[in-house]
Design a protein around this ligand. Structure first.
Ligand code: MG
Length: 403
């Protein structure tokens, strides 16, 4: 592992089981403003001043995925980074992170919870400066809500909030101090941050001002709130363009938009020859820069012979969801001499709306003839254009692992 000129090592802890979020996907992989939550934290770490090394601690089965994400969103970090497996308790994960940092060049260690996507690079710098000066430092904000403690019988009593603060991450330490604190820890689920370990040694911990937007994603709804607080910057909308053309041959019906249109021609093609669904598939893939239909479904592949093109659309929608995007609108034009499309338009709109999980008023299918000109005009071809608008989805409802 290389190091940059700097003294800051960052440990990003992303190995939690996310039990309070519900859902099958660990929260660091949930879509957040169009990308996995973890991506935003990695982008911030990439801007941390005097960064010498990064240890990214994830669940063992997510290491490969984390390596790929790091290379995609923060390639400059790759030579500085190691991706390691975490442990059962938070302290085990921090220990694994510490062990992964290079022996020299990271004398100040910042431990950050990946479930706090909105911490700024400036906050990392403030905490690092205070840790350099005092040995240990945490960001915190005064509690402004009235606090009540409820006992087992349901009776409540107001807690005096004077002096109470909510503690955040990143937390910063001189490395030797953090190593000593982790070594002394007997390991307990009650240890919720590293400052507790340092204080258990009797060492002082300095405080710096935290950030109101730096909330921790814990329960359903937190992602949406954090995404709103994150403001502008991430891509929240994408647009894709698709085009397809198929040769027409004698003998109906014509497969188009997932329907069989009665008439005296059909479209030649390796799959079912559905030019409209092929154009829509390419638009979906194009919006998310995911390649094209030929790359995903080669026409030399036997399993694609005669295949229902609705499969291609569903596959493209699922792929886009893994990137955190979902269709919001389709506008398409079919260029066809015959059969006339007008009698089928409502059925086509309904079928496309169903495939894309859109309301019908978000789907438009227009028809053009070729005015007797060219291959379309001569009735030798059907051509289709499709434009889709995709929107970033945020939150557990956008869980890409959900069916
Ligand atoms: Mg095609």
């Amino acid at each position: 592992m290389e190091t940059r000129p700097g003294d800051v090592g960052v440990i990003v802890v992303a190995a939690g089981r996310s039990t309070r979020m519900g859902g099958a996907t660990p929260k660091v992989w949930l879509p957040f403003r169009g990308e996995p939550l973890l991506a935003r934290t990695l982008r911030t770490v990439d801007r941390v001043a005097r960064l010498a090394a990064l240890a990214l601690v994830v669940r063992d089965e997510e290491r490969e995925r984390a390596v790929a994400l790091l290379a995609a969103v923060a390639p400059r970090l790759v030579p500085l980074a190691r991706v390691v497996a975490g442990g059962a308790e938070r302290t085990d994960s921090v220990r694994a992170g510490l062990a992964a940092l290079p022996a020299g060049g990271a004398e100040i260690v910042l431990v950050h919870d990946a479930a706090r996507p909105n911490a700024s690079a400036a906050l990392f710098a403030r905490v690092a400066a205070a840790a350099r000066e005092h040995g240990a430092a945490i960001p915190a904000l005064p509690v402004v809500d009235t606090l009540r403690r409820r006992d087992a019988s349901g009776r409540g009593a107001t807690v005096d909030r004077d002096g109470l603060h909510a503690v955040q991450t990143p937390q910063g330490f001189r490395r030797a101090l953090l190593e000593r604190a982790c070594a002394a820890s007997r390991g307990s689920a009650a240890i919720t941050d590293e400052a507790m370990l340092v204080e258990a040694l009797g060492e002082p911990v300095a405080w710096v001002e935290g950030e109101a937007a730096n909330l921790k994603i814990t329960r359903g709804g937190d992602l949406e709130l954090a995404a709103r607080l994150a403001g502008e910057g991430a891509m929240t909308q994408r647009i894709g363009l698709g085009h397809d053309l198929h040769r027409l041959e004698a003998g109906g019906p014509l497969r188009l938009g997932g329907l069989d249109l009665a008439g005296d021609v059909h479209a030649a093609g390796h799959s079912d020859g559905d030019a409209l669904l092929h154009a829509v598939t390419d638009a979906l893939l194009g919006a998310c820069a995911l390649g094209d239909i030929g790359g995903h479904f080669p026409d030399r592949a036997a399993e694609n012979r005669g295949r229902d093109s609705a499969d291609f659309v569903r596959h493209a929608v699922a792929l886009a969801r893994t990137r955190g995007f979902a269709p919001r609108q389709l506008d398409a034009t079919v260029h066809l001499e015959r059969p006339k499309l007008a009698p089928h338009r409502d059925a086509l709109v309904a079928r496309l709306a169903e495939l894309l999980a859109l309301p019908r008023d978000a789907v438009s299918i227009k028809a053009k003839t070729g005015e007797g000109l060219g291959d379309v005009g001569a009735g030798r071809a059907v051509a289709c254009d499709a434009l889709v608008v995709m929107e970033a989805v945020t939150g557990a409802s956008a869980d890409p692992s959900a069916p």
